[in-house]
Design a protein around this ligand. Sequence first.
Ligand code: AMP
Ligand code: GLY
Length: 420
Amino acid sequence: MKVLVVGGGGREHAICWKLAQSPSVSALFCAPGNAGIAQVATCIPIHATEVEKMVYWAVENSMDFVVVAPDDPLALGMVDAFEEAGIPAFGPRKNAAIIEASKAFSKELMAKYHIPTAKYRTFTSEAEAHAYIDQQGAPIVVKADGLALGKGVTVAYSTDEAHNAVHEMMSSGKFGVSGQKVVIEECMEGPEVTVLAFADGKTVVPMLSSQDHKRAFDNNLGPNTGGMGAFCPSPNYTPEIAQRCMEEIFLPTMAAMNAENRPFQGVIYFGLMLTADGPKVVEYNARFGDPETQPLLSMLDTDLMEIFQACVNGTLDQVDIRWKEGAACCLVLASGGYPLHYERGYVISGLDKVPEWAQVFHAGTKRSGKDYVTAGGRVLGITAVGDNLADAVAKSYEAAKPVQWQDMHFRTDIGKVWVD
Ligand code: AMP
Ligand code: GLY
């Protein structure tokens, strides 16, 4: 089969790396890809959000299957466009991707179908949002409605902070359309766990539990990023909690989407908080997480292409999805200054000295002659599998040692502060 993967970050590198091992994949393409992905797939210079161009290219080049990984093209309806063109595509249709693309939609869905989540209200009037904050007090959480690259959430510990967040989102114009509507919700407390699950519209199969580290600096300090590292499985996710999540969250969410005529096919990402009242949903995403995918796919023992096809064909209940024993950790090496201002174009050294038992997933890299150079905020994800979490963490740090470039930044506590 000729397969196209849409996207070009560390997550897509992990997906391509895994698909390249599949006996049924005869040719692998990635658009736009990156310099690391080019080691396992042919990169096509089409941006992930160029829906028409992407479909045209896939038809012209007779792709048999497409995987749409990032949130933006999913929200734009790229999967629907491929279906219309007669090419099977992995990922939710536009009407299901809205579970991530609109926080207002997902909160209403959870309220209607009694799926546990933080109490909330939605506002389109800034004055009413401010009044509600005064009435509720702090701590309180302010979220922009639309996709904001994980940066549209403020957990405010004072009402001043909450008022400022609302003002920034609704009046500064920085958030564009995403900030025209805000969701204000109760602040939940407890450890966070992420569960990604494969779904075919009927069956939902959770992957190993995982956890990412969103803050830029050690001890969960500094600004929110796309994720500075991740590991799986999470020690917080006991079999008892897993069963509650299945019964109270995963199955009800699938049923709710079906009842709304929005069957979900693809990967659904459950961001969960384990509160004193039980597990609750913090957020849904309609896709693989980045960097959670890097350790997760490193632990997957089943052919990923077989799973993707089963999700599209509605036969997921017939696939035996197996995971390795132990744990995996992905340490993100980022550009100094990320997620705010950072430079690009620095030569990365030491890649050839990374031990072969670790995987180097490229996120923001480019080729410049024979060198790899930095080309984004998150640059590399050094990923290792170990006998247990401590071992996987130690191995990912060990493997990262030879790698260097000017102003390189990473957290030193990935996998160590797993109780957030
Ligand atoms: P989100 O983009 O919705 O996942 O939010 C980003 C982060 O903000 C989450 O991973 C949580 O750490 C935090 N957060 C979001 N909503 C809440 C909430 N209601 N209570 C406490 N923390 C939250
Ligand atoms: N790592 C968080 C996300 O992909 O949304």
